[in-house]
Design a protein around this ligand. Structure first.
Ligand code: 3HC
Length: 293
């Protein structure tokens, strides 16, 4: 089976933009699909800022930056994914939205061996695969934020994912993208979020019950445990709506009370205090969207 060189990414938010960037930097031809021109332009800008940062830090030459930029094409029609060998969807963490999108991508892809990957953080891959005509070619590829920085990708096969699909995407992630993989069972939260999310929710509960301020919770984990970010800064980076959605999926699967989003988190989402991208979450950010990947 041919090596993956033509990639599609649907969604150019912080995760989708990061995935598109690493694929383009690795030499792939990348088509990025967004819902409208404005969202596509915002995604393009996100990637340009990140590429410029890589040049400033000496991680990329000017020529490599231009080459990566030249490999990215932004479109607003899923139909333009027809010739792709791999499409990664990175839209909002909503099962119905993702399932509907994956069904549409399935209909568009011309090559029966083309693979559809979901960057879902917590939705079981089986639920996304079963509406397609290619359940053997649907797999989870879960990247971490900021995608250009963090080396891990979780690979999640469902009950119906074929061994060929697993081998092909693992070769792509490790060989082409140069990232490292962890294989996870198709259980909500996979490996990393199953451990991370209860920790983030516990930090929210500490603030909710008045045990400590957000600043002190974060200082505690950075200074006491050498974490690069405190849990509330990290929740703000991920997006509080995304954290709540992941927690809901995990709670729906296991009914584990520690996965249930605390009322304070729900209220903050309802108030639009979504973290960095909104300019305010547990902390305030003078430049909304800064640093998200
Ligand atoms: N995009 C691209 N590159 C970035 C970046 C971004 N958004 N943010 C930082 N970088 C790069 C910098 O350019 C720098 O690169 P260099 O080593 O080549 O100079 C390097 O990362 C370090 O950045 P800084 O010196 O500016 O800042 P820090 O040292 O404070 O690191 C951080 C920033 C990388 C975000 C670090 O704080 C960190 O790793 N935080 C934890 C992030 C984390 O846990 N992510 C996982 C979230 S969970 C998830 O994504 C799963 C999902 O399902 C929820």
């Amino acid at each position: 089976m041919s090596e993956i060189e033509r990639v599609g990414v649907v969604g150019a938010g912080q995760m989708g933009a990061g995935i598109a960037e690493v694929c383009a930097r690795a030499g792939c031809d990348v088509v990025v699909v967004e819902q409208g021109g404005e969202a596509a332009e915002a995604g393009r800008e996100r990637i340009r800022v990140s590429l410029d940062r890589a040049v400033d830090r000496g991680r990329l030459t000017g020529a490599e930056r231009s080459a990566a930029d030249g490999r990215l094409r932004f479109v607003t029609d899923v139909g333009e994914l027809a010739d792709r060998q791999l499409v990664v969807e990175a839209v909002i963490e909503d099962e119905l939205v993702k399932a509907d999108l994956i069904t549409r991508i399935d209909k568009v892809l011309a090559d029966p061996s083309a693979i559809i990957a979901s960057n879902t953080s917590s939705i079981p891959i089986m639920k996304l695969a079963h509406g397609t005509d290619r359940p053997g070619n649907v797999i989870g590829l879960h990247f971490f934020n900021p995608v250009p920085v963090l080396p891990l990708v979780e690979v999640i096969g469902s009950l119906t994912t074929s061994p060929q699909t697993r081998e092909r995407v693992e070769a792509f992630v490790t060989g082409t993208l140069g990232k490292q993989i962890v294989r996870a069972a198709d259980r909500a939260g996979f490996v990393v979020n199953a451990l991370l999310v209860p920790y983030l929710l516990a930090a929210v509960r500490m603030v909710e019950t008045g045990r400590a301020t957000p600043a002190d919770v974060d200082r505690g984990m950075k200074l006491g445990c050498a974490h690069p970010m405190g849990p509330l800064e990290l929740a703000d980076l991920i997006g509080l709506d995304t954290v709540a959605a992941i927690a809901e999926s995990m709670y729906a699967e296991d009914r584990e009370p520690l996965y249930s989003p605390p009322p304070l988190l729900r209220r903050m989402v309802q108030a639009g205090l979504l973290g960095r991208k909104a300019g305010r979450g547990f902390h305030a950010y003078p430049e909304p969207g800064a640093g998200g990947g």
